[in-house]
Each structure stands twice: as C-alpha cells, then as structure tokens.
Design a protein around this ligand. Structure first.
Ligand SMILES: C[S@@+](CC[C@H](N)C(=O)[O-])C[C@H]1O[C@@H](n2cnc3c(N)ncnc32)[C@H](O)[C@@H]1O
Length: 225
C-alpha cells in the first residue's frame, strides 16, 4: 500500500511530508498538528473536493456520511463563493470538532460556515442549489444519497464503497461486480435527467476510487479554474 493510503493518523511527526506554501500543504500541516485524522482521509477529501470543484461552483455544501467532516471544509476552502457547509453523520467522530476548530483557526473566513449535525441522511432536507458530496458512504447509503439528491434536483458527487453485490446481477457477467454496481448507478443517474461525469482519484490513496458526479441537465454548468 502507498503511504498516502495509510490508515495511520497524521501527527506532528509527519509535518515534514507536507512542506511548502500551497493550500494543500498548509491544510495537511494543520491536520498533522491536530493528530486525529487517518492519512488516507486527508488525501481522499482533497482529491474528491478538487475534482468536484472543477465542475461545481457555489451552492451550500452537504457532506453526507461525513465522518470527520474534512470534505465539507475543503469544499469551502476551494470555493469561497459557497456560503456554508452542512456535515451530517449518524455518529459524529469524537474528534470532528477539534479538527474543525483547527481548520477554522487557520482559515478564519470559515468561522460559522460549517455546521455539524448528528442525524441520518434521510432526515436532512436538501435543496436544488446544494452540492451534495459523500466519500465512502458504505453500500446502499450511496444509493440513498443519489436518490435524495435527485429528488431535490441537486448536484451530487459520490465516491462509493462496499457495493452491495447481491442486489445487482445484470452487468456482472461482463465486469467486476463492484464496477457493475457503479455503472448501474451512473446510468440510472443519467436516465433521471442528469449529466454525469465519471472520474477516479489515485488508486494509491484508495482502491475504492471511482468518483461519480452528476448535475441536472437544465442547470448551467460553471467552468472550473
Ligand atoms: C466509511 S465512513 C466514511 C466517513 C467519511 N465520509 C470518510 O470518507 O472518511 C461511513 C460513515 O457513514 C455514517 N453513516 C452510516 N449510516 C448513516 C446514515 N444513515 N446517515 C448518515 N450517516 C451515516 C457512519 O457513521 C460513518 O461515519
């Protein structure tokens, strides 16, 4: 496994890995100093957010199944035109607040803009201007997120994992079962009137690296930087 896919926590001992003055290096050093986040989660959140922000600008960010909620923060850091972010999880991690406070201390413009809610994703009201994101919502949770986003007409980006293979038989005679599940998700999203984009994040960070983005076709697309 590549070191950036490690589940070991980043601590101040890893500060030297992230030298320089670019945004990612500064974020990584902030994360190291808090000492709570697995290394792969930093890299996953960054790789997902930068790809999503190339396509989707603005909007309230809704990070579903957020874990530590880093993705919500990075989405705001990469696009300051997004007003707020909501980070939702049924079991917020013990350390989510420490991480959030450190990021806000480093980027005070985020003060008061990221809200955590301990709730099931089905309890969260979504709106058409939202950008719904989720990294590694296990199994059918990804389907629930895609359905909720579609119902609201919101833009959506998911990085699925733990695909529930037993429910999907149609395409797995031709391709790997987990891929078949994700292909069906993508085609379903397109059939629901969405433009879709299929991308990957580096496999060295996570083998579960397929990123599916969708936006309702009637919505004008922003051009990324
Ligand atoms: C594999 S973790 C991913 C966490 C984070 N997004 C990441 O990439 O590190 C899946 C998360 O989904 C949360 N979860 C499970 N069921 C949920 C539900 N119905 N609504 C919201 N969150 C849920 C879990 O508590 C867990 O934190």
């Amino acid at each position: 496994m590549h070191a950036n896919g490690s589940r070991n926590r980043l601590t101040p001992r890893q500060l030297d890995l992230y030298l320089g003055d670019n945004l990612f290096a500064r974020l990584a050093r902030t994360v190291c100093n808090v000492g709570v986040l697995p290394r792969k989660e930093l890299h996953e959140a960054w790789e997902v957010a930068r790809r999503v922000r190339r396509r989707f600008r603005g909007g309230r960010v809704v990070d579903l199944c957020c874990g530590h909620g880093l993705l919500a923060h990075v989405m705001l850091l990469l696009d300051d035109t997004a007003p707020t972010a909501l980070a939702v999880d049924t079991r917020l991690t013990l350390n989510h607040r420490a991480l959030s406070e450190a990021i806000v201390a480093a980027w005070p413009r985020l003060q008061g803009r990221v809200t955590f809610v301990q709730a099931a994703l089905k309890e969260v009201e979504l709106h058409k201007d939202d950008v719904v994101v989720s990294a590694h919502a296990c199994g059918s949770l990804t389907d629930d997120i895609l359905q909720r986003a579609q119902a609201a007409g919101a833009r959506v980006a998911v990085l699925p994992c733990c695909q529930a293979l037993r429910e999907r038989g149609a395409l797995d005679g031709w391709m790997d079962g987990a891929l078949a599940v994700d292909v069906e998700r993508a085609t379903q999203l397109r059939a629901a009137g969405y433009q879709i984009w299929t991308q990957t994040i580096p496999a060295e960070i996570s083998p579960k690296n397929r990123l599916l983005l969708g936006a309702p076709v009637h919505r004008p697309q922003s051009q990324g930087p």
